[in-house]
Design a protein around this ligand. Structure first.
Ligand SMILES: [Zn+2]
Length: 279
């Protein structure tokens, strides 16, 4: 198994105090989101490969340097892989990207349009997309809602990526969290474009939504574009795996359609690293 979506950061160093408070409010209790190497590796035991990234989104108080991610993954080479962060609203973002990729050898790019406050179709993104398409680097995009009050939801809608994929058909992108709660919209966008995927991280704990998006994916014949991820530290490995395996449990006594065992097994066993060209 592989985990295509997990984080590394230190909330004391990389989040503003206001952002930490918002995370606490979202949960209803204080939570330490700092990722510690030993705890991460213990949680990631089921996975042969894990993709880690931080986040650069100045608007909402996230700034995880690429050096931090690169140093972290260097502690488990061949097991941990890292993406560079990119916030195209900030100065010198292309220089930072070139550094993360060319000097620190990160394997792709993480962007968070709603967190950073930009439209995925913004012209400032074009050099990023061109750079990545030319070098065959995948981009994982946060897609869908979040708890941060200053993150504009208008930049979270999956259909925004339709234009990006039309303009950059060779660019491999993952839309995170199947664009929740706009999951249907995300599924029809990834169905259209050969190089667009979605990850199912941090969805199992809303079982009704999770079940429905998997059924919709089956009906649109797009389950082969779904990749497994956890969104650690927001969600853990075992619970995420079991949540998928037991998604049909709530159907007992009903005639509702089932998520097929084949769909479940294929999502858990898919080689997302190969599909995205991560090495
Ligand atoms: Zn995430």
């Amino acid at each position: 198994m592989q985990n295509i979506h997990a984080h590394t950061w230190d909330q004391a160093l990389h989040f503003t105090p206001a952002t930490v408070r918002e995370a606490d409010v979202a949960r209803g209790y204080p939570i330490d989101l700092t990722v510690r190497f030993d705890s991460l590796m213990a949680d990631m035991a089921p996975f042969e490969k894990v993709l880690l990234f931080g986040m650069k989104a100045r608007l909402n108080g996230y700034w995880v340097p690429d050096d931090y991610v690169a140093d972290f993954i260097a502690r488990a080479p061949g097991r941990l892989y890292g993406f560079a962060g990119c916030d195209p609203t900030q100065p010198a973002y292309m220089d930072e990207l070139a550094y993360g990729i060319e000097e620190r050898h990160l394997s792709g790019v993480k962007m968070g349009p709603t967190y950073a406050g930009f439209d995925p179709r913004d012209p400032r993104c074009e050099p990023v997309y061109a750079y990545c398409q030319e070098r065959d680097l995948p981009i994982l995009m946060h897609c869908g809602t979040t708890f941060n009050s200053q993150a504009p939801l208008k930049y979270s809608r999956p259909w925004l990526w339709d234009d990006v994929a039309i303009a950059y058909p060779g660019l491999r992108m993952v839309l995170a969290h199947v664009g929740h709660p706009f999951c249907d919209e995300c599924l029809v966008v990834i169905r259209k474009h050969a190089n667009l995927y979605a990850d199912i991280s941090a969805l199992y704990y809303r079982p009704w939504q999770f079940y429905n998006l998997l059924i919709t994916a089956q009906e649109y014949h797009v389950t082969h574009k779904l990749l497994f991820g956890t969104d650690y530290p927001f969600a853990r490995a075992r619970e995420s795996i079991e949540g998928l395996r037991h998604v049909n449990d709530m159907l007992a006594g009903t005639a509702l359609p089932r998520v097929s065992q084949q769909t479940i097994d294929e999502i858990l066993n898919r080689d997302g690293f190969a599909l995205l060209g991560i090495h």
